[in-house]
Design a binder for this molecule. Sequence first.
Ligand SMILES: [Zn+2]
Length: 315
Amino acid sequence: VLSLAGVPDDLGFVHFAWDRAAQRREDAAGLASLAALDDARFLAFCGEVPVLRETGAGLDALFQAADIPLRPAGLEQVFLGLEDGAPRSALLLPPDARPALEATAGLVLMDLRTIGIKRPLPQPIISALGCAKALLGWHMKHRFCAHCGQPTEAICGGWKRLCTACGTEHFPRTDPVVIMLVTDGDRCLLGRSHRFPPGMYSCLAGFLEPGETIEDAVRREVLEEVGVRVGAVRIVANQPWPFPMSLMIGAIAEAQSTAITLDPAEIEDARWFSAADAAAMIDHTHPEGLTAPITMAIAHHIVRGYLAEVAAASG
Ligand SMILES: [Zn+2]
């Protein structure tokens, strides 16, 4: 039984709601016509940073074509889909335009982590920004062919790049990351890396390697980072994570051994926590001030789901 059936409303970047309309991507003239419609709207990024506009009621991420700042200097434009039939795209503005944009009245540049935490926009728009950030970020870093080194150009509404010399097609990347809560009955293992804020512990995580199943990646990462052997692995949730372009695959993993041996290069500390401790950490009420990730992050929901299972088993 999966604990995290359904999509939590407060989990970040999982609420993309537009029709991707992938069948439209091959038709360049059709996409240009769509982008010229009155109800077309555009997300704008300055490098990796979303550009928002102030309205009387708060902030908005969607621009009409005529209101896009610095439009002539725009780089890639990608077609994200249709919102109730209306075209939605995203546009990349040069990173060095940031000072000019920040000096423009009515514009606000806010990095996507801050948007995800503060939620000044509806979750579906934040998720669309996540999609756009990952896709535009891929364009920024793949201007040359990985096969022959010659320039590539964006095609298919931004969902491919084509090498101008050898014809190789390159597709946007998504990098899978396993993130797991290791459990030993009513105890769970949380660790912290050197870069976490003081007192924060989270699920262990690491990149999936070529030739590896998700379950094997969970077992390998846990063994490498904390020296604990893991048996059964259940995948319980997943989340696009646009920093820069990952898919977080959330799992609950049963420990077969409990002695912790840290890899000091990766992990500063890891401990077994009681269910009561873990509950206080995600609620930010722990007596020692220890915390676990906030609701935007999948780790929060993996811990919460595990705690619900523990409570159901004991109740
Ligand atoms: Zn090439």
